[in-house]
Ligand binder design. Structure first.
Ligand SMILES: Cc1cc2nc3c(=O)[nH]c(=O)nc-3n(C[C@H](O)[C@H](O)[C@H](O)COP(=O)(O)OP(=O)(O)OC[C@H]3O[C@@H](n4cnc5c(N)ncnc54)[C@H](O)[C@@H]3O)c2cc1C
Length: 493
């Protein structure tokens, strides 16, 4: 083993702060016995949803890891929601997390789109079609509950490898192979490679860019829209299983709910002024100024007549963020030492809720490539340390086409719902409401993309967790039933 971990420091046990999620029990969902540990160790930078999913995958695949998160608590409640689509939930199901996630998620079954004047121009049941096609409704989660569940369901051995209050400041190579990661508190960690799951302001991405040979790739991100969000106690403005949207010129309001945690989420998308500076930091007074604008405060939050102005005093949390868009090019890795997943590698607008789903697919692809490469390299440390870049390159090659598709359709739908110009408005107001168009788009665009969802080739399960009319392109590897029954008998299970 080439592990050189410092002895684990006692870390505060991160829990969900708002108190909605109280179950701190560790549920060991290991479906098959833990495989023997592979001779590599990964330093995961970032304990967001993608980093935590990587921790689940590595612990199931027997890949040693340490996860460093700069926050003091893992599940900070920023008040936003996350929708997971069938191909994303399927990954969670393969990791043994389906029951826990269904216990905190709310299935989305329909959507209503209307104008600022209260005219509903489309009532869509396309999420229903999602269930028909893939076997499960898209699920809406309170973000902090999702993250908290991802953390709490890790086996204790994996949780002990997660260190909070660790801000990674630099990464350097170690003579003879491997990397060393330095944190702002002076501690350091060594491993075989660094996995950058550290989001949009990724220090791992900055390091990769600074080391890449000239010409150094300029920032791949553009920022045309901002997103102001706030959460509310569940109000009877929309059914919890329904999404509600108001579309207008350069502006869109989305309302979603999670009835299990009694929360409603409102998202206001806006086109930024042409002179917007990417370095501008939004403040609370920017939020208040936007909310008090007549065109915003009068926006309806559903069919009940309640407006943004009425609901604002009831808000639980709020925030505002620029919506960066871009895909890092030409690579997502540097040598054998660093590789990126999730928002650190690509960032999309969240109108159709794809960013996290994309990050989950990254984890699957990378975990498959790395574990298969390390398995084939045998016990040769030189071969492993010298050939990881091939696995990283294959990972990106596998993901790029899908990422570009998701990037394009996310940006397009943001511009469509915010009526970027008259053509978008025409399509949204006139073409979309034509009976059958929403169904056609699900069947011809969304479902074929979802059906290409990836699975961990090294994690066997008893059965495919859900299936619909559209078959998954890649089947989940199944346990040998007889061997599994024998194993259960032996372990008394
Ligand atoms: C309002 C909103 C709604 C969204 N809705 C959806 C949705 O419905 N569906 C969907 O799929 N996606 C959605 N997204 C996108 C989704 O949130 C992101 O794609 C997802 O969070 C990316 O996960 P990540 O783990 O890659 O990055 P992040 O969530 O950004 O996590 C990165 C982590 O790294 C840590 N970190 C950063 N720098 C360091 C450092 N130097 N050292 C140590 N730790 C560090 C951070 O503290 C953080 O915990 C939404 C986004 C927004 C803003």
């Amino acid at each position: 083993m080439n592990n050189k971990y410092p002895s684990p420091r006692a870390t505060p046990l991160p829990t969900f702060v708002s108190g909605v999620f109280k179950n701190d029990t560790v549920v060991d969902m290991t479906i098959i016995p833990m495989p023997p540990t592979m001779d590599i160790s990964v330093i995961i930078v970032g304990g967001g949803p993608v980093g935590l999913t990587a921790a689940h995958a590595f612990s199931k695949l027997g890949i040693d890891f340490t996860l460093l998160e700069r926050r003091d608590i893992i599940a900070e409640d920023v008040g936003a929601s996350i929708v997971l689509w069938p191909h994303g939930i399927r990954i969670m199901a393969q990791l043994g997390l389906l029951d826990q996630l269904l216990s905190i998620g709310t299935g989305l079954m329909s959507g209503t789109f209307q104008t600022v004047n209260g005219k509903a121009f489309l009532r869509t049941s396309s999420p229903q079609l999602c269930k028909t096609n893939h076997g499960i409704y898209p699920q809406c989660f309170a973000r902090a509950e999702l993250i908290s569940t991802l953390y709490n369901t890790l086996p204790p051995s994996a949780r002990s490898r997660i260190h909070t209050s660790k801000t990674v400041t630099s990464i350097s190579s170690v003579p003879g192979g491997g990397i060393q990661v330095l944190c702002s508190d002076g501690t350091s960690y060594t491993g075989t490679f660094t996995l950058g799951a550290d989001g949009i302001h990724s220090v791992v991405r900055k390091t990769i860019l600074s080391l890449s040979p000239p010409p150094i790739t300029p920032s791949p991100l553009k920022t045309r829209y901002s997103l102001l969000w706030f959460s509310l106690p569940l109000l009877p403005t929309i059914p919890a299983s329904s999404a509600f949207e108001v579309h207008s010129k350069n502006l869109c309001l989305q309302v979603l709910a999670n009835e299990k945690s009694n929360v409603q989420f409102c998202f206001l998308y806006q086109l930024l002024p042409p002179d917007h500076s990417p370095s501008k930091k939004f403040t609370q007074s920017d939020i208040e100024a936007i909310i008090s604008r007549p065109d915003v405060s009068s926006l309806p939050l559903g069919g009940s007549g309640l407006t943004v102005k009425d609901a604002w005093p009831l808000k639980l949390k709020c925030g505002i963020t620029p919506l960066e868009e871009g895909i890092l090019k030409p690579e997502w890795h540097f040598g054998n030492q660093m590789v990126l997943v999730g928002d650190a590698a690509h960032k999309v607008t969240p109108t159709i809720g794809q960013g996290l789903n994309m990050g989950l697919l990254d984890v699957v692809s990378l975990a498959n490539q790395v574990s298969e490469f390390v398995g084939s390299a045998g016990s040769s440390r030189e071969k492993v340390l010298g050939g990881l870049d091939g696995a990283f390159r294959r990972y990106r090659a596998e993901r790029l086409e899908s990422v570009e598709e998701d990037y394009k359709r996310s940006g397009l739908v943001t511009r469509l719902t915010c009526w970027r110009d008259w053509r978008f408005k025409l399509f949204d107001r006139v073409v979309m409401p034509i009976p059958g168009v929403d169904v056609l788009l699900v069947n011809k665009v969304n479902s074929p993309i979802m059906a290409k969802g990836l699975v961990f080739r090294g994690i066997r399960v008893e059965r495919e967790p859900f299936e619909g009319r559209v078959k998954w392109k890649e089947k989940m590897p199944l346990l040998d039933k007889t061997a599994h029954d024998e194993e259960r008998k032996e372990s008394g299970g």
